[in-house]
Design a protein. Structure first.
Length: 167
């Protein structure tokens, strides 16, 4: 592990809690990147990537109340520009429809098309298989405990906000 030995050299002599926080952060970032790559590979036969899949999944859950781009942006932790590009691509594939909001013409509503629902139905088992494969080394109890711990970190980071100079 070249990366691990480099990290150990950089952190040599530092307190163990700092080394642990750096190691946990790096492992989390690398694991998230690899998981996204696996999900994208699993979705390739459907012509989707992970963010498109997640958007379709959220839209499928909002059949009674169409989503607005702002809600999608918050749910996917994406900028307005990123969401616009994502929606442009999904609309071009005829998987979603955008319409002016009934009561606020300045706002858009996004709905899943029948083709989008069909594509999502094809994609769900592929993504579930990718999740199962990714988490295979852990037991169900370990996955549950880790999910709770990650939720705590997520809530803490969300609650503290971003530094003023963050992009």
């Amino acid at each position: 592990m070249e990366t691990e030995s480099r990290r150990n050299r950089l952190l040599a002599g530092r307190p163990q809690p700092l080394r642990d926080r750096v190691a946990a952060s790096r492992e989390l970032l690398h694991a998230a990147h690899l998981l996204e790559r696996r999900i994208n590979a699993a979705l390739a036969p459907c012509g989707l990537h992970m963010h498109e899949y997640l958007a379709l999944r959220l839209l499928s859950d909002s059949v009674h109340e169409p989503l607005r781009p702002t809600s999608l942006s918050m749910a996917l932790d994406a900028t307005r520009t990123q969401i616009t590009r994502l929606l442009d691509g999904l609309e071009k594939k005829a998987l979603i429809a955008r319409a002016l909001h009934k009561h606020d013409r300045r706002s858009l509503e996004i709905t899943l098309t029948p083709a989008g629902a069909e594509r999502l139905e094809q994609a769900v088992p592929l993504v579930q298989a990718a999740y199962a494969s990714a988490w295979e080394p852990l037991t169900g109890d370990e996955i549950h405990a880790l999910a709770l711990q990650l939720a705590q970190v997520h809530a803490h980071l969300r609650g503290t906000g971003l530094p003023e100079d963050a992009p």
